[in-house]
Design a protein around this ligand. Structure first.
Ligand SMILES: N[C@@H](CCC[C@H](N)C(=O)O)C(=O)O
Length: 281
């Protein structure tokens, strides 16, 4: 089984080309591939399948040739992955499955079609505008933090740390607790602190994340979009650009009237062959 490994600001993925949708991908196999000691290791899997050859992509085949079949490292599905979409587009371009052009490249996902463009070393994807829709809380250790519930296609809870607490001091080796009545399908939890002013932006936020289905990751693109939207709301702005620094680097989030652009580096680091039979214990 051929694979490529790639990442976007340290959010890393195993990419599996499966144009005709014939691969028997199961939750157990995904978890084994993502195992950092016994497998390739990754925060998730991106299966590259023609939209028309995947049951969840078929309805979008008229709009996009390729479907991003994203799986979290525990073998669960997610509706959307912002960094995954950026790495997916890098893969399409580097393998010639898509040709660079002046036009934005459409990619089908479980959250609908996103559009991507290449910006020098970065890849930017246009996703839906984040919807800040509720207030809730996350509990981590003995700390209960109020936060904002945000829908970016997938669910997020953005919690600002109170003054005096540092992001580096959080123990994210265990999952934060959340209210299942607000997030019946689970949630990605972002913890934030203010950053120093950055030129040409309307805000700068530092973030760590505990991802549903993947635990703590070095970066989460949809999480950055959620954080950007909350920062703009708190600044009294409806649209604007926010720099979001994650442990893996910097993402730039631009919220417009009707969409959200996520931009940052996306790189492929290796290609090889997997022996699926050897992955199972
Ligand atoms: N890292 C991703 C988000 C991946 C999905 C998430 N764990 C979920 O279950 O919703 C990103 O870059 O957006």
């Amino acid at each position: 089984m051929e694979f490529t490994k790639g990442h976007g600001t340290g959010n890393d993925f195993v990419i599996l080309p499966d144009p005709d949708g014939t691969l028997d991908l199961t939750p157990g196999l995904v978890a084994a591939i993502c195992d950092r000691r016994r497998g390739i290791g990754g925060d998730g899997v991106l299966r590259v399948v023609r939209a028309g050859r995947h049951p969840e992509g078929a309805g979008l085949a008229g709009e996009a040739e390729w479907f991003m079949d994203y799986w979290n490292s525990d073998g669960s599905f997610a509706e959307m992955c912002g960094n995954g979409a950026r790495v997916f587009v890098r893969y399409l371009l580097e393998t010639g499955l898509a040709t660079p052009s002046g036009a934005a490249l459409p990619v089908a996902t479980r959250a609908g079609v996103v559009r991507a463009r290449v910006e020098a070393d970065a890849i930017a994807v246009e996703m839906r505008r984040p919807r800040v829709y509720d207030a809730s809380v996350a509990t981590l250790g003995g700390l209960t933090l109020p936060g904002a519930a945000v829908d970016v296609g997938n669910p997020h809870l953005v919690c600002a740390l109170p003054a005096g607490l540092e992001l580096a001091g959080l123990d994210l080796t265990r999952a934060p607790e959340f209210d299942p009545a607000v997030f019946p399908a689970g949630v990605n939890v972002e913890f934030t602190a203010p950053g120093e002013p950055v030129a040409d932006t309307d805000g700068h936020v530092l973030m760590r994340v505990y991802e549903r289905g993947s635990a703590e990751t070095l970066s989460c693109g949809t999480g950055a979009c959620a954080v950007g939207a909350v920062a703009l709301r708190d600044a009294g702005l409806d649209t604007g650009t926010v720099a979001v620094d994650v442990p893996g680097g910097r993402l730039t989030v631009t919220v417009t009237e009707d969409s959200c652009w996520l931009s940052g580096p996306a790189v492929l680091v290796a290609t090889g062959n997997l022996a699926p039979a050897a992955l199972h214990p």
